[in-house]
Design a protein around this ligand. Sequence first.
Ligand SMILES: Cc1ncc(COP(=O)(O)O)c(C=O)c1O
Ligand SMILES: [Zn+2]
Length: 412
Amino acid sequence: MGLVKSLRCPKCGHEAESRRVLQCADCRSILEIQVKIDHLTRSDFEGMRQSRDRSIWRWFDFFPVEKRSSVVSLGEGDTPLIHARRLGEKIGIANLYLKNDTVLPTGSLKDRSNSVGMSVAREWGVKTAAVMSTGNAAASVAAYAAAAGIESVVMVPKGTAPAKIVQARAHGATVIVVDGDFDNEVAKLYKTALKEFGWYDCLSSNPYRDEGKKSYAYEMVDQLDGRVHDWVIHPTAGGTGIYAMWKGYQELLSLSLIESAPKLVAAQSEAAAAIVAAFEKGLAEVEPVVARETVAESIQVGNPVSLGWRALAALRESRGTAVAVTDSEILEAQTLIGRLAGVFVEPAAATSVAAAKKLRQAGVVDQNDTVVCNLTGHGLKQPEAIRFSEKELTPIAPTLQALREQIKCIRE
Ligand SMILES: Cc1ncc(COP(=O)(O)O)c(C=O)c1O
Ligand SMILES: [Zn+2]
């Protein structure tokens, strides 16, 4: 049973009186959950590793959900950890691993969070769950809400490509397109609406939902048979992945199930690199930036308001770093992952591999280090990022001669 031991403000230390709150009543900071895990033994952990349930719910005792009957699962978790030999050879890291989260139920890492968040919602008897999103979170919240029998409302900024909201519609979400910008008008309306209608918040401002990404740590330790990698690189927007992975590793350390934790790296698009900037300046808090257009649309976030500062602390405690990459580096990495490793990722997800290449070139990552790059979203989420030449799409005459010419032309 995943019992909450404490729900405390990490900024002012205030202990929440009710378990059913997300923010500190004194300073409005996101609250921090500690799940009661002290009693867990190595043999409990081994039992979880061997469980027939391969979803994140193998690790049930680590999540803040009391009853198994509350669990809302679509089979998320235990995603492949691929030793990408050809890609590794290309970028000079022989022990390069890809954590392929593109195969999660809705095609992105958000399912780790929403499976836990929606299970808590079911436990609390929530009627309507909401999120504001640029795409991946919308699809995921809508799917888990559908499975839970909870209504969902999704807010997206004007200009969001219809392809991005198709998944959310398919799961019956009420999709609201707002005339405004994600970090400003949409965020403001979203917050006001949560209060007005009492909707359940599925954003990273919900600490219950954020616990889901701790599963990265448990899975990777399982997949490396108790050893840990030297580096884990995560495409970063709100900072949830970095914060939660670090928390997961700390829990395993506290139970003496591992001896060390990996160095964590936040990979961001140069156009929206608030965490990288704060890391480089040695700041404890993230200064919001105006996120510019980038091919890495899913991580185009300029103000990681809830967990940015927590992610910064995790990067430093792990002795990791933060790296910004350009759109052309991201697109190059996307092509390499597709062609040398056989995984089709959206551009945002390719930032991890672009960052790995950069860190190797700078000598920060050694050629013998083991490096995991999280691949956080499927390429079909943003198919327009793959470019075709006019020539490739022009039909050829159905003759061998024309076929030979076309093959030659495309391969040149
Ligand atoms: C594809 C993809 N990768 C990575 C992230 C990073 O999120 P976080 O930094 O909150 O873990 C997101 C979500 O914003 C995403 O959609
Ligand atoms: Zn507080």
